[in-house]
Design a protein around this ligand. Structure first.
Ligand code: NOJ
Length: 757
């Protein structure tokens, strides 16, 4: 009780101070100084402990005995526990039963919505719509805080050129500039203007760093790259997270320069804090500390000390801090200053969230019923989902479909509810979400007939399907493959058009879901081949959490639209686009390879000394068996309408190192329906002290145009768009020749030269 009185007294002091000129930080520092002066060593270490509770676990370890530990002051926070009531019970233990009554912080992987689920992050990135992305994070925060969660393990900003890696689905694609913009938008959405607002939550930028570049695309695998590459091609989104004021960062599982991120002091302290000025706290990923024993970094005590000394403040699930730091302190392997600093950072986060002011700030039972999964939130999720679909092919304008005649809906993704929201939707309540079949029947009701046959399972291999449909996503049909296929073919023969809902089940991407083959799976391909023989037009709706390989499909099918995983409202959103109520405007944020052997394939690559844009020429850089280029390039995506671009103009063909020039183009909607276009600006530095990429995205504008409407899009080329990290890792602008490219995707651009004098 003593502490509580002190806390409330302090709050009163704070309130008085707020009216004066004392800056916020000073008040926080006073408060925490006072609190820490009364904490025991064990209580300080307790704040650094983040055990897991509830059913949602992502590793082999779970934490036991949590209630007793909270009471003993041995827990700083908890995560992935759903429900205001349960959270309140544990907050009660912390506040009423622990000696100092320090409130817990409650985190969760709210990575693309809470119960209203938005498209998976990879899909969101395809919208190139920062307002939409900000809005998705704001609604996620609104719903999560209405259910007791005040800390989101998002945004994940790992640049990824590696589609074999299942977690490509959780990130923003391959581009660092776009990834940085998305990172800012998400943090703004989660954290708002004021972290103490009951509807905002603290964000956690993850996974620091480079987790998106695992060797061979296998999850948790080694990462190794030059520092020049780190700084120029991978770090920008994390740095943007610091600049946007993210309250926390999460360390990654992988090694960097042969040292696991959680033990990497250069990364966690020198880069993150000393260079970039991060002042929040760092939490490790799930058991990342104890896993360092497998990395060969030493025993349990050693890895605990390594992580703390590197700059990791909070230990997620390893329990290494709680059980070994006291001993390490006694043996001089960590210092009390380091423990104090980590403890202070965790307490600061709680202070910034207003938890000391009111530990029950996010525990308002009345909010749950009113603010979660509301009609308004769902409408926004549906609208946003329509922006994320990428139309890859549409011969003879097969799409949009008319609401008439008979439509055959086939494929393993056509009639599943649990696979619609997409991977890692921790708080999903899937039984409330529509299947595509239900949504399509609603969308055509009374005007057309939708006939359904599953046609095939995900794949022939039962084991592969089982491992790709975990956690309630199971959908295997026990029938014989030929029986299922024949049924679908017979049904298709009676119809005017076939819609094939195919691709990956939702758990075929996400954590620990790497694939070595990225083609449409065997049973689905066989069904497509059989359906083709009916002569009916086929629309492939490709569900996926990564870039897939679709050569055969691109050659044989008239229409392909990638729908990724669109969230709780995906089914209705897909119908909005399929039937033309909304024109697709998504653009690829990942390069689609022709085959897996091209990986890594990405648009912003360096030139070689023997470049070859065409297919095979001896002694040039190419393959014998496949062209170098992508099947579908970065930035690509069609619309139901068409756009024309006027000639590109520059306000000047030269600028100074502190000046700027403007690149302009007028875009006209030349088709017959409204549509969105993403105008993209790329830059190439023609000569540098190090080799520079053939193009780099440096700006973009998503515009909506009515038929016949024109808009002039102007981009200002400022020095920061031309700078890069040189061999000394200095961020420099080197005067000389540049090229600006503007276009509808990374391949189709107009080019103009300019110089920096
Ligand atoms: C492991 C994942 O790598 C990370 O992204 C997630 O936030 C934690 N588990 C907590 O669930």
């Amino acid at each position: 009780m003593k502490y509580k009185i002190t806390i409330f007294a302090m709050v009163a002091v704070c309130a008085l101070a707020a009216r004066g000129a004392a800056p916020q930080n000073e008040r926080m520092n006073h408060f925490i100084d006072d609190l820490m002066s009364r904490m025991t060593l064990q209580e300080k270490i307790g704040q650094l402990n983040l055990p897991v509770t509830g059913d949602i676990i992502t590793g082999s370890s779970v934490s036991g005995n949590v209630v007793d530990l909270i009471e003993a002051g041995g827990v700083g926070g908890l995560f992935n526990m759903k429900g205001e009531r349960q959270i309140r019970q544990l907050q009660d233990v912390a506040v009423k039963k622990s000696r100092l009554g320090i409130p817990l912080i409650f985190g969760m992987d709210v990575i693309h919505g809470y119960e209203t689920i938005f498209p998976i992050p990879l899909a969101l990135s395809m919208s190139w719509d920062m307002d939409a992305i900000r809005s998705s994070a704001r609604i996620a925060a609104l719903e999560a805080t209405a259910d007791g969660i005040c800390w989101s393990f998002s945004p994940m900003v790992d640049v990824c050129r590696e589609p074999r890696w299942g977690r490509m689905s959780e990130g923003n694609g391959e581009d660092p500039y776009l990834g940085a913009a998305i990172c800012r938008a998400m943090i703004e959405g989660y954290q708002g203007q004021d972290l103490t607002d009951r509807a905002t939550m603290m964000s956690c930028v993850k996974h620091f760093a480079l987790y998106g570049a695992p060797e061979a695309g296998r999850d948790y695998n080694t990462v190794d790259m030059s520092r020049v590459r780190m700084f120029n091609e991978y770090f920008e989104p994390y740095k943007a997270g610091v600049e946007a004021g993210a309250g926390s960062f999460m360390s990654s599982f992988n090694t960097i320069d042969y040292v696991p991120a959680s033990a990497n002091r250069w990364l966690m302290t020198e880069v993150l804090r000393d260079q970039w000025g991060f002042d929040g706290f760092v939490v490790t990923d799930y058991t990342a500390i104890s896993e360092m024993m497998n990395h060969g970094m030493g025993d349990y005590q050693t890895v605990g000390a390594l992580a703390l000394n590197a700059g990791c403040d909070m230990d997620m699930v390893s329990d290494a801090y709680r059980t070994t730091l006291e001993k390490s302190l006694a043996e001089g392997r960590v210092s009390i200053e380091t423990i104090d600093r980590a403890c202070r950072r965790v307490l600061e986060a709680k202070y910034k969230l207003g938890l000391f002011d009111d530990p029950y700030r996010y525990l308002d039972a009345k909010r749950r019923g009113k603010e979660i999964y509301t009609a308004a939130n769902r409408a926004e999720a549906r609208r946003i989902a329509t922006e994320t679909f990428v139309l890859l092919k549409n011969d003879d304008n097969v799409l949009p479909l008319r609401r008439e005649g008979k439509i055959a809906l086939v494929g393993p993704l056509a009639n599943t509810r649990a696979n619609m929201p997409g991977t890692w939707s921790v708080a999903a309540t899937s039984d409330r979400y529509s299947t595509l079949l239900e949504a399509m029947q609603r969308a055509v009701s009374g005007k057309a007939e939708v006939l359904y046959a599953k046609g095939c399972n995900v794949c022939y291999d039962e084991e592969l399907e089982k491992n790709s449909t975990m956690f309630g996503r199971e959908m295997r049909d026990p029938r014989d493959a030929a029986v299922m296929r024949d049924e679908a073919v017979r049904l298709a023969q009676q119809c005017d058009v076939i819609v094939a809902a195919m691709g990956e089940p939702s758990e075929m991407s996400g954590e620990a879901s790497s694939r070595s083959s990225l083609t449409i799976l065997d049973a689905q391909r066989d069904l497509l081949e059989a359906l083709l023989k009916t002569g009916k037009p086929i629309v492939l709706l490709n569900f996926s959490g990564r870039a897939t390989v679709m050569n055969w499909e691109a050659e044989h099918l008239p229409a392909i639209m990638n729908v990724w995983f669109g969230g709780s409202e995906a089914a209705d959103a897909i119908c909005d686009v399929v039937f033309g109520d909304v024109s697709p405007g998504g653009k690829l944020t990942v390069t689609m390879p022709r085959n897996e052997g091209q990986i890594p394939i990405y648009y912003n690559h360096l030139n070689t000394g023997r470049p070859n844009p065409k297919w095979f020429t001896k002694y040039t850089s190419n393959y014998l068996d496949v062209p170098n280029d992508a099947l579908f390039p970065f930035g690509y995506g069609l619309s139901y309408t068409t756009f024309s671009y006027s000639p590109l103009t520059l306000s000047s063909n030269a600028m100074t190192a502190t000046g700027s020039i403007t690149a302009s183009v007028t875009v006209t909607n030349t088709g017959s329906c409204a549509g969105a276009e993403v105008v993209q600006l790329y830059i190439r530095d023609m000569v540098g002290s190090i080799a520079r990429p053939v193009q780099e995205l440096k700006d973009f504008a998503r515009i909506q145009l009515q038929p016949g409407e024109s808009r002039t899009v102007s981009f200002t080329i400022t020095p920061d768009k031309l700078k890069f990290y040189n061999s000394n890792l200095d961020y420099v602008l080197e005067p000389g020749d540049f090229e600006v490219m503007v276009g509808t995707d990374s391949r189709h651009v107009q080019r103009l030269p300019f110089a920096v004098k």
